[in-house]
Each structure stands twice: as C-alpha cells, then as structure tokens.
Design a binder for this molecule. Structure first.
Ligand SMILES: *Cc1c(COP(=O)(O)O)cnc(C)c1O
Length: 489
C-alpha cells in the first residue's frame, strides 16, 4: 500500500474523523430543527467578540475543540435569516437539502471555471432550465455568480460591448468618444449605480427615473429623459427594469419597458434579484410579463428560491455578445477537442472569475429535490402572508400602511399624533423587536417617512410568526408612546 504524503492534511484515523463528522452533522441538524426555540437574533456578548481577537494559531487543535468553539461562539450569533421570525431584508432561509449539497460540493472541491468535467454540465443544465423558465432561446448564455450585484455588473458590461463593439475592451471607454447613459428607477437597488461606477461609465451616467404611487418606474419620465439625452448628444444604451424593488417589492412595467427599449434600440436588463424567480409561481408570474423580452436578467437563487448563499445568476439572450465581453486567450487556458482541456466555451469565458466554486450543485439538488412547483408555492405563500399582514394592518387603527403590498414586502408604521415623534418611535419599535428576538423587521424611508419594513422571504415563516410580529409591534408602540408622552410632561 502507498504511504500517505508526510504533509497530508487528511486524518491518520478516518474512523475517528467519521464519528466526529457525524456528530457535527447531528449538531447542525439539531440547530435547524429547533429554530423556533431560539431568538431570531441576539447580539454577541463582549467576551464572545473578544475571542475573535485571539492571535494567529501556529499549532494545531483538535477538530472537536474547534467545533465546540463554533457551537459556542458562532452559531448563536448569526443574523438569523434562516429563522422563521426573520423579516428584515431580502434574504432567503436556506434548506436542509441545500446544506447537504454544499457539503458534497465541498467534498469534490470542484473548480468550475471550466474544463472537461460533469460539474460544468450541472451548471449548464441549470442554464437550460433557466432558459426554459424565462422562455429564452437556446443561444442564451448564463453563469452562476456571487449575487445580483455581480450579475448586474456583468449585464452592464455586456450592454456596453453591444453598444460600442468589442474594440472597447482594448481601447477603453474614453477612446470611444461616446458618452453612454443608462436609465433605472430611483427605486432600483444601489448595486445598479455601483455597476456603472465599476464599469468605468460613472455614476452620473445612470439617470435616476422617478417612480409612481405603486413604486413603478414612471415611463413618461423615462421617455422624456431618453429624448433629452439624445438632444444633448449623449448615447442612451441601457434601461434597467426592476422586478421586485428592494424597498417595497414593486415590479416595473417590464412589457412597456421592453417596448421602449425596442423602439429606442437600447439594451433591456432586468434586475430580478428579488422577483424574477416568481416565474416559478403560476399566480405571481403574470406580474413579470415582459421579462421574457429582456436582453439580460440578473437574479438570485439565494433569495426566494431558498438556495444556500451564495448563488446569483446572470442570463444573457445574446450568448455570443456575452462571450465576446469576457473571453480572453491565455496559454494556460488553451482549449482542446479531447482531454481535460476540452468542453469549450467554459464558464470562465462569461465573467471575470476564473476559479469558481460549485454553486450549481446546491441549486441542482434544491430544484430536483423540491421541484419547481413546490419552490413556486413557497413564493406564493410568502406573497399570501404579505397580503394577510397588509389586511391586518389596514384594519388596525393604530397602524398605517405606507406602500401598497406588491409582492412579499409590507411597509407600515405605528401611528403617532406628532409626526416629529413618529420616525423616532417607529425606529425604536424596530430595534425593540429585533432585540426581543421575537421578530426581526427592518426600516426604510417611504415618502420621507420612516417605515417598518417586513420582508417575507423565508419558507419557514407562517401566520403565527406574522401575528407575533403585529402583537409585539402594538405592544412596543404603546410603550414608546407612553414613554414619549410622559417625557413631554
Ligand atoms: C438583493 C438585491 C440586489 C443585490 O443582490 P445580491 O445578491 O445581494 O448581490 C440587487 N437588487 C435587488 C432588487 C435586490 O433585492
């Protein structure tokens, strides 16, 4: 028998590691099974924080010791997005299946940048499934990325190549002498502006378009801005539609944006981080009408589809344009028709990353194990919960809805006699809710008013959790109001 390498990091006793591994798996299953018995979130005490300032360990420790440290100091102090009471931001809850698949992916440790290997085919199968979901042609390309922030950046870069030609990759934007400008709703996510910045187009090249009462991009204003820019010598090249605005869940009128983009010959990109995968839910999918006409769609499996972080995706209708935006020759990336360098083009030809993890596997397991119908039901379920919460707020005199309930986000507040006090009181209510561990909403600003923002994304959240949130909100609201009134006396 071959001797192991003297430097191997594998165990000398696999039986012992196996037993320890099984205990670790049991511990994390216990954690997942008992979410409800713990607070959504709790701040870590100072002595826990201090342990993360300990110095660089040169000597080994036993795996069991390190795992005990994890159980004691890490596990209890996550932000809590896996917990049913988490309603803070647009984040998914994850699933036990996704966790197991992550473990398997780590076991293979595949680098899915490319080459002749089935992990690349797993990712391509998901691309095929995604094309089918969005009715995109077979020539459409796509890859996994960290998240929609990266997917939007890729969308902007491909749109830039489409506008200026591949020569821009060599000579740069300035040499083109063209002042490209893009359009997105003021309700668009901040990473759209960031994509303009990172791509060298600059923040000023993004025209923020106002939105209407429903939170949807004002298309008259959009058309006006395009006309105005053309008159001033700018070159419009891109419209970003939002499918699920991060503050309120509003969905832009994608069909009409597609009409404008077609007429004006502009690239139509959809930021569907939040909402695109509602395509899986037959009752919600009609809200996305027009998405099938997009030139590119950015979205996240790690939000509504409950896949473990991170699992963003970019889908591009014109696969050749996508390839031409990123593919770069290099001797060490030489392609062949046989052997391990076959199977071109590779995922690394469609984005800035060369080394890439096997994000596709957890997504593949989740889609196969749960099925699209069941994942769609999770999405419908969170929208139904949001509607229920909206109705309860509307019938509660002490509360006030601040935005229409579009998908699964509800923005409201506790009414106060004085508007000066309202922002502070509602902010305090949210902090009190978070610190209570009962429920964890967040805040945002709607029409200049501070809103309690309840974002329902977790497949574990039920009516009881929403009722508990309402009950605690009313309780904290009354306490805060009493406190404010007595302080004024
Ligand atoms: C979450 C979100 C993003 C950012 O996506 P990440 O996956 O966090 O990078 C962009 N746009 C919208 C509408 C989002 O909800």
């Amino acid at each position: 028998m071959q001797q192991p390498s003297p430097h191997t990091l594998d165990p000398s006793d696999w039986d012992e590691l196996r037993a320890q591994g099984h205990r670790m798996l049991d511990d994390i299953f216990d954690y997942m099974q008992q979410f409800r018995e713990r607070p959504v979130w709790q701040a870590a005490p100072a002595e826990v924080r201090d342990r993360f300032k300990e110095g660089l360990p040169y000597a080994p420790s036993s795996l069991d010791t390190v795992h005990q440290g994890f159980l004691q100091d890490v596990l209890p102090y996550a932000i809590g997005n896996a917990h049913p009471g988490f309603m803070g931001w647009v984040q998914g809850g994850g699933t036990p299946v996704g966790m197991l698949a992550e473990m398997l992916a780590a076991g293979i440790n595949a680098n899915v940048g490319g080459r002749e290997q089935i992990p690349v085919e797993v990712e391509r199968q998901i691309l095929r499934w995604v094309r089918e979901l969005f009715s995109f042609p077979e020539t459409a390309s796509g890859i996994f990325v960290t998240g929609t922030s990266m997917a939007n950046l890729i969308g902007v870069l491909v749109a830039r190549t489409a506008a200026l030609g591949t020569g821009v990759r060599k000579s740069g934007l300035a040499a083109s002498g063209t002042r490209l400008v893009a359009y997105a709703s003021k309700a668009a996510h901040g990473c759209v502006a960031q994509a303009m910045d990172l791509s060298g187009l600059g923040l000023d090249a993004l025209r923020p378009i106002p939105f209407d009462r429903r939170g949807e991009m004002d298309l008259t204003a959009l058309q006006h801005a395009i006309d105005e820019d053309r008159r001033k010598g700018f070159t419009p090249f891109l419209i970003v539609g939002t499918a699920g605005a991060v503050d309120t869940g509003a969905v832009d009128d994608l069909s009409s944006i597609a009409d404008i983009a077609e007429r004006e010959k502009l690239w139509f990109h959809v930021d569907g981080a939040y909402g695109a995968l509602a395509i899986m839910a037959p009752d919600i999918a009609p809200r996305l009408d027009g998405i099938e006409r997009a030139d590119s769609i950015a979205f996240d499996f790690h939000k509504w589809a409950q896949v473990q972080y991170d699992a963003g995706f970019i889908l591009v209708r014109d696969g050749a344009m996508h390839y031409d935006t990123f593919a770069s020759p290099a001797a060490y990336l030489q392609r062949e028709t046989r052997g391990m360098a076959a199977n071109s083009p590779w995922p690394c030809d469609f984005g800035p990353d060369l080394s890439r993890g096997f994000r596709a596997l957890k997504t593949w397991f989740a889609i196969k194990t749960y099925g699209i119908d069941r994942l769609g039901q999770v999405i419908s379920g969170t929208c139904a919960l949001a509607k229920y919460l909206g109705q309860r707020i509307a019938s509660e005199p002490e509360l006030e809805l601040l935005a229409p309930v579009s998908l699964s986000i509800v923005c409201f507040r506790y009414r106060c006699d004085s508007t000066d006090d309202a922002d502070r009181i509602n902010n305090d209510i949210v902090i009190a809710l978070q610190e209570s561990g009962i429920a964890a909403p967040s805040t945002t600003i709607i029409d200049g008013k501070l809103a309690i923002r309840v974002a329902l994304f977790n497949h574990r959240t039920n009516v009881g959790d929403v009722d508990a949130l309402l009950k605690a909100t009313l309780q904290f609201g009354r306490m805060e109001t009493v406190r404010t009134e007595s302080a004024a006396l």
